[in-house]
Design a protein around this ligand. Structure first.
Ligand SMILES: Cc1ncc(C[n+]2csc(CCOP(=O)(O)OP(=O)(O)O)c2C)c(N)n1
Ligand SMILES: [Mg+2]
Length: 552
């Protein structure tokens, strides 16, 4: 009889089966045995400067590839990825958190082993709160099933999961003759039919229907379906900030980002005037809804997600999101007159619909508004834009990403420090893409040193550092010395890391030149330290402030 694989090997095999090729993390004695297995497996270990960097990288990897993994040691490493796991949970990203732990035999008599906080299960209890499923693999008889169960939950709910592996069980064989269970979930056919009938009648009866697409269309890989639905019916598509880039944004019927008063006025007007808003995979968060300035009437909308389907005021149970989307595509929906929104964006598109070229105004000081205009013409189909919190994210809302799924930003949980490490995960997930990182100086000081990891693994992000001498977003709410940060010599990072290129940018011409140089320098990362006026802000933030001011 063949011996069954060891528990660690089985976990690696299952990750591989689900498309994972890289595991991010930092080793420690409780996880060394598993690291040794990983090292000898087809999965590549990407060790970062800090666990938080590994967590954000794995999150971006999961958003791009459908599953990501971070592997850390007990508590000192594990608790450092609590925040990144929280972000993955809140924003629906399927990250597998693997933590080493003291061996089962070492736990007898409750000794005070290093890294232990309170009880042996303290870390597992923390992660129970932060994940959709978790397991501590203490029993070889059930370990394989547990791994299957937890990975299935990650894929089903697109949320993080936690697997704790006691160090004395890593190479212990699991149950013999185990076969990974296939999980099939189906919609209830009668309910699906009824839902589609009501949705079809509502859409066909509407004068100005509009699709609002969000994060779950990305996570469930339904972008093609969405595009087909829009092309078939010629119903225009708007995206939320979290769902940004769900379709190619130069498409004639792409409206733009809808985010209430935070978004562009023409998008807001169109969506809010619609008598049928078809919300697909929409997450009703405050940022998605323009800090609740959005006016979406449930009586004029239908909303489908993996958790809930409602059409006007009716809820339908047991209808899978995918089935509903597929059903809509097959339904008899009226074809509308073709919309074309490109000519409404004269500063972005020429009359032929092609993206406009940016012409720098020589020695004028670069502003956030102009910076984003320049980036609009700099983006290529091979760019993945990764934005951090702050004006990097607000300003990015107005970028027009060429191809779908090429925008990543923590647009709900909003933890600073996401972008630089996330760019590593994004590029490893899809090496054809070059990341363009938009990050504030404050956020950069949290995790920017992960550029060292970029150097080690030959990645080449272009980092646009929006240097406004501190926490600009906070300054607009309440200012004080606590919003200042030390002005680093960011452009000299290449000296410290022994690789990369740094630029100081003050004028439009310098920005344009530095972008061209960065485009040519593909051997390593480039960092553009863009010195902004500390009180400058993006049009998006400005719009919000104006709208809120009108209300007061
Ligand atoms: C980890 C974390 N700490 C604190 C905050 C609160 N916060 C939101 S925006 C912001 C300032 C961001 O500064 P910076 O990265 O320089 O971007 P800017 O606002 O200047 O564009 C802070 C501190 C946060 N979102 N995340
Ligand atoms: Mg700043």
């Amino acid at each position: 009889m063949r011996t069954p694989p060891g528990i660690g090997d089985y976990l690696i095999q299952r990750l591989y089966d689900h498309g994972v090729r890289h595991v991010f993390g930092i080793p420690g004695d409780y996880v060394l045995g598993f690291y040794d297995l990983l090292h000898r497996s087809p999965l590549r270990i990407i060790n970062t400067c800090d666990e938080q960097g590994a967590g954000f990288a794995a999150d971006a990897y999961a958003r791009m590839r459908g599953l990501g993994a971070v592997c850390v040691t007990y508590c000192v490493g594990g608790l450092k990825v609590a925040n990144t796991t929280a972000e993955a949970f809140a924003e629906k990203s399927p990250v597998v958190v693997i933590s080493g732990a003291p061996g089962v035999r070492e736990r007898e008599k409750n000794p005070l082993l290093h890294h232990k906080v309170r009880e042996f299960d303290t870390q597992a209890r923390v992660f129970k709160q932060l994940t959709v499923a978790s397991t501590v693999l203490t029993d070889p008889q059930t370990a394989f099933q547990e791994i299957d169960r937890v990975l299935h939950a990650a894929l089903r709910y697109k949320r993080p999961v936690y697997i704790e592996l006691p160090r004395d069980l890593v190479t212990v064989p699991g149950m013999a003759h185990h076969r990974p269970r296939e999980f099939h979930e189906a919609s209830d056919p009668a309910t699906l039919r009824a839902a589609l009938a009501e949705a079809g009648a509502m859409i066909n009866g509407a004068k100005q229907p509009v699709i609002l697409a969000d994060v779950e269309v990305h996570r469930f890989g339904l972008q093609d379906l969405l595009l087909k639905l829009a092309e078939k019916t010629q119903i225009p598509v708007a995206a939320t900030l979290l769902g940004k880039s769900v379709i190619g944004e130069h498409h004639p019927f792409y409206l733009g980002v809808y985010e209430g008063a935070l978004g562009r006025e023409e998008v807001r007007r169109y969506v809010e005037a619609s008598d049928c808003v078809i919300m697909l995979g929409v997450f009703m968060t405050d940022i998605n809804l323009g800090v609740f300035t959005a006016r979406l009437d449930p009586g004029r909308s239908l909303s489908a997600t993996s958790e809930k389907l409602s059409i006007r005021y009716h809820n339908y149970e047991q209808v899978r999101f995918k089935d509903f989307m597929r059903g809509l595509l097959q339904a008899k929906l009226r074809r509308r007159a073709a919309p074309d929104f490109r000519n409404r964006r004269p500063n972005l598109h020429s009359s032929s619909g092609a993206p406009r070229k940016f012409t720098p105004r020589g020695a004028s000081r670069v502003t956030i508004k102009r910076l984003f205009e320049a980036l609009n013409s700099f983006l290529t189909p091979n760019t993945v834009v990764v934005a951090d919190v702050g004006d990097a994210l607000f300003g990015a809302a107005d970028l027009f990403i060429h191809h779908r799924t090429e925008f990543l930003g923590p647009a709900y949980y909003a933890s600073m420090g996401f972008a630089v490490p996330a760019s590593l995960g994004a590029q490893l997930a899809n090496p054809k893409l070059r990341p363009l990182v938009l990050v504030g100086d404050g956020a950069f000081q949290m995790t920017g040193m992960e550029l060292a990891t970029a150097v080690r693994f030959h990645l080449n992000p272009i980092v646009i550092l929006l240097n406004n001498a501190g926490y600009g977003t906070e300054r607009h709410m309440q200012d004080g010395p606590y919003n200042d940060v030390l002005p680093w010599h960011y452009d000299r990072l290449p000296e410290l890391l022994g690789a990369g290129r740094g630029f100081v940018v003050t004028t439009e011409q310098e920005f344009d030149d530095a972008l061209s140089a960065a485009e040519r320098h593909t051997a390593s990362y480039c960092l553009l330290d863009v010195r902004l006026d500390p009180l400058d802000r993006s049009p998006a933030l400005q719009r919000l402030a104006q709208r809120l001011a009108k209300k007061i």
